[in-house]
Design a protein around this ligand. Structure first.
Ligand SMILES: [Zn+2]
Length: 553
């Protein structure tokens, strides 16, 4: 028996006897050789080749060792010296919902208002008059005109269709006059509770810009008639978009039963290229609890995640609950969405039923409240290895970090915000930004933070995440929170094995190790030799999930 083959059998020591038997009999189906593998396995950090069988890694080693395992049918792929990393794990995003948006809406992630109007006009030309033209991913701080869209522009460009364009963050929208009419809003309509219809300060007339619950009047009249097949198609589309950037696993941070079904439908149709850990929003939990479902149910493709709750507001739209006010708004400390006692009641029910918990907590006050709820639960109903999740966990201080460590909790900070949303960080001030997306502080304290895009609000490309975390610099060269820079090797671990740990799957994936799922990404250039300010431009040549190429350039 060759040395690497023995190594592989020892590597499986922790696994069950039956698995060992099955794997022992299998010959490699596929060998990838002549690569530069960065494995994220500290016992064997680098390798030249891997053997794969039954969707898992069989052996990892030198070209010679692994090629010696080749039997008659093994397919051999020469990687021509390319760098290979484990597949990336996006531990917080919204894939099912984003997929539906991409199916139905105009992607307004464009750099000028002129381009956005053109894209909307093109959609209108293909849409019967009177029917809605919908846009999403519009970002008011990113167009060359340096000002937001106006009602007049939308009216002039699309006069015969109601238009509703959502901000990238999802909390605000821009509309035209026909949309206002269909939503039954006029200049005399008062603002709704928890929302705002913006008005021209000079004339008092509606501007078409609406915020928070101000969007409800439109959402009521925009038809939402997705079929089961549309949900599946949305998952197929987003899976294709994400896997071509090197993502191989995703946590859906706000799932519901329709989403869970859509992931299963896409998988059954052979259209799911990435693995899903699906949090369930607490509003849907009664159904799940009644059916006896809990965290971990499912398989390596679609698995039930944590119960998701929401404590406070958002970072990109500047509503996170802070202990010190926003810069330039001395009375604005942000918002609490769910008061502490209510959050505790929501959490307790799921904790008792054996669920992992994940709570959206952005500001230092929101994080403090969420930790208090977790600490109380742990005192009243202690659970070993609870892995409480702090979704986002953006603005921290030393005291919070110590409590996170003591609890063994997992933060999922935004990975691409320093690079992509840098210009919005002015409202937090440089001192506070040094305590935001605080990977350096978490890692130094022995905490395991993850990579997380929150897509659509943040871009999901793992190479952008690495660049953002390593440089803390935006596209214009401004630096945001340099104290929190981490090394490239650390950023890769954050994006791989730490994500697997956050879903209790660190023995299944997150590194290139014998017995683990064969999920990996082949890079067009060596990330370790690249200028850190140019990592974002490294091409993703191929992505493999479970031994199959799900993306090839
Ligand atoms: Zn989210």
């Amino acid at each position: 028996m060759p040395a690497s083959r023995r190594e592989f059998l020892y590597g499986l020591g922790a696994m069950s006897g039956s698995m060992l038997f099955a794997m022992e009999r299998s010959e490699p189906e596929l060998i990838l050789h002549n690569g530069k593998f960065w494995t994220v396995n500290p016992r064997q950090p680098r390798a030249q080749a891997v053997a794969i069988s039954n969707s898992r890694f069989l052996a990892i080693g030198s070209n010679q060792e692994v090629l010696a395992l080749a039997a008659g049918n093994a397919k051999k792929v020469d990687l021509s010296g390319k760098t290979v990393l484990p597949g990336f794990i996006d531990a917080h995003s919204h894939p099912a919902e984003a997929g539906l948006s991409h199916l139905r809406m105009v992607d307004c992630d464009l750099r000028s208002i002129a381009d956005i109007l053109k894209a909307l006009r093109e959609r209108a030309a293909k849409t019967p008059p009177g029917q809605w033209v919908l846009g999403f991913k519009y970002d008011d701080t990113k167009t060359s005109e340096g000002r937001p869209l106006t009602l007049q522009e939308l009216n002039a460009a699309i006069p015969d269709h109601p238009v509703f364009v959502q901000h990238r963050g999802g909390h605000t929208a821009w509309t035209n006059s026909l949309a206002l009419k269909l939503a039954k809003l006029d200049d005399k309509t008062p603002d709704p509770p928890g929302g705002k219809y913006d008005r021209d300060p000079a004339t008092g007339r509606l501007t078409g810009h609406v915020r928070e619950h101000g969007k409800d009047a439109f959402e009521k009249v925009i038809p939402s008639n997705f079929t089961r097949d549309d949900h599946r198609e949305g998952v197929r589309l987003i899976s294709q978009m994400m896997t071509r950037t090197g993502v191989t696993s995703v946590t859906d941070a706000l799932g519901n039963p329709d989403d869970l079904r859509a992931y299963q439908d896409a998988h059954a149709a052979g259209q799911l290229g990435m693995r899903i850990y699906c949090h369930i929003y607490y509003a849907f939990m009664d159904q799940m609890l009644a059916a006896g479902v809990k965290t971990g149910l499912g398989d390596e493709w679609v698995r039930v995640g944590a119960q998701k709750m929401i404590c406070d507001g958002s970072i990109s739209e500047r509503t996170a609950r802070l202990s010190q006010p926003y810069i330039g708004r001395p009375d604005d400390f942000g918002m609490i969405v769910t008061p502490e006692e209510e959050l505790y009641q929501q959490a307790r029910k799921a904790h008792e039923a054996g669920w992992q918990l994940g709570t959206h907590a952005n500001g230092d006050v929101g994080i403090d409240i969420t930790l208090r709820v977790y600490e109380r639960l742990q005192k009243e109903m202690p659970r070993a290895d609870a892995r409480y999740r702090l979704e986002h966990c953006t603005v921290i201080n030393d005291g919070l970090v110590q409590r996170i460590k003591a609890l063994g909790a997992i933060p999922t900070p935004f990975s691409t915000y320093a690079y992509y949303h840098g210009e919005k960080m002015k409202e937090y001030g440089p001192e506070r930004v040094n305590h935001m997306f605080a990977l350096r502080s978490f890692i130094d304290a022995g905490i395991r933070p993850t990579q997380a895009s929150d897509y659509p609000p943040g871009p999901f490309e793992p190479m952008m995440a690495l660049q953002s975390e390593v440089t803390r610099t935006d596209a214009n060269g401004n630096v945001w929170g340099p104290h929190q820079k981490i090394a490239l090797e650390e950023a890769i671990r954050v994006g791989t094995i730490n994500g697997a740990y956050a879903s209790y799957e660190e023995n299944l994936k997150g590194s290139i190790e014998a017995g683990k799922l064969a999920d990996l990404v082949v890079l067009g250039r060596d990330v370790f030799k690249e200028d850190p300010y140019n990592i974002i431009n490294i091409p993703i040549e191929r992505t493999m999930v479970g031994g199959n190429w799900v993306w090839e350039e």
